[in-house]
Design a protein around this ligand. Sequence first.
Ligand code: 1WB
Ligand code: MN
Length: 335
Amino acid sequence: MRLIATEEAVSFQPIVDALNAHARTDDDSLDMILVRDIYGDNGIRNAMIPRLTDITGERLAQMDQNGIDMHLLSLTAPGVQMFAPDKGTEMARIANDLMAEAVRANPTRFAGLGTFAPQDPHRAALEVERVANTLKLNGLVINSHTNDRYYDDPFFYPVFEAIEASGLALYIHPRAPSKMIDKAFRDYGMNSAIWGYGIETSTNAIRMILSGLFDRFPKLKIVLGHMGEAIPFWLWRLDFMHGYAATAFGGAPKLKLKVSEYFRRNFAITTSGVENHPALRYSVEVLGPENVMWAIDYPYQPMAPAVQFIKTAPFAEDVKAMIAGGNAARIFRID
Ligand SMILES: COc1cc(C(=O)O)cc(C(=O)O)c1
Ligand SMILES: [Mn+2]
């Protein structure tokens, strides 16, 4: 059974340096907790940096120890999205070139996602085309909102037009909740992985669906980590309540399909950071085994327990092989 882990975080020194400088700004977005902890001078989580910038050292050794065939690498959140448009566009280009170099150096062990700076949608569209046609990376990644705007916003249509045309899957990874919702997430560590990441990213995804984005761009393929940010659990209720939202309540536009039909057609999910068999069994049941991929979320999650989770998953061997790597090979064009 081929093991391809699909939400494996990296960073590169130029991005680390830019985030270290950003940590000293007066940016008051909720991501600054993480940016200062990891990238700030004397940050309490500075130790994450060498684990993020390492690709062929400890990471590859642990992959070998755990029998993991490949990591699908992606630039870790918050990516280049906190920078000004010019800086973000430049840093995306640098990160993508370094990602392509890392993949080319070890093509049987690493695949990679390119990123872009939605702050400038037209230049972001050009970078999407470069990732697809020149760098030939395996897909795209972005970290939820950009400048507190979600991807239902027509401001981003030029980017989604390019993403749909590229045929690449777009991994929408979390970041801390936007200023549209962030006040409830400033306590108890709720800004990040324990809760805020999931609410931020699922809210973005649901806004995209309810806005009609997938009627406008029907070939888009979006990937959500963390067991689909819990959206699979809510599909029945979304369909039932959308019946009202499209008429009396929220004035939502009429859609060609049900919410759950968009989720099954235009989305796939990964298991990153949710190593729970009941949640996996439910997700496979409601989405189909072809729409679920295994992930670790390294270095934020350890490798060994994630391998144990997928190896002991309660499925027939052929289904388990789809989840462990077969679906990733198809969705992310991995040979
Ligand atoms: C970008 O920084 C991250 C931090 C953490 C954390 O547990 O602190 C988790 C993730 C993640 O789940 O992807 C990401
Ligand atoms: Mn992650």
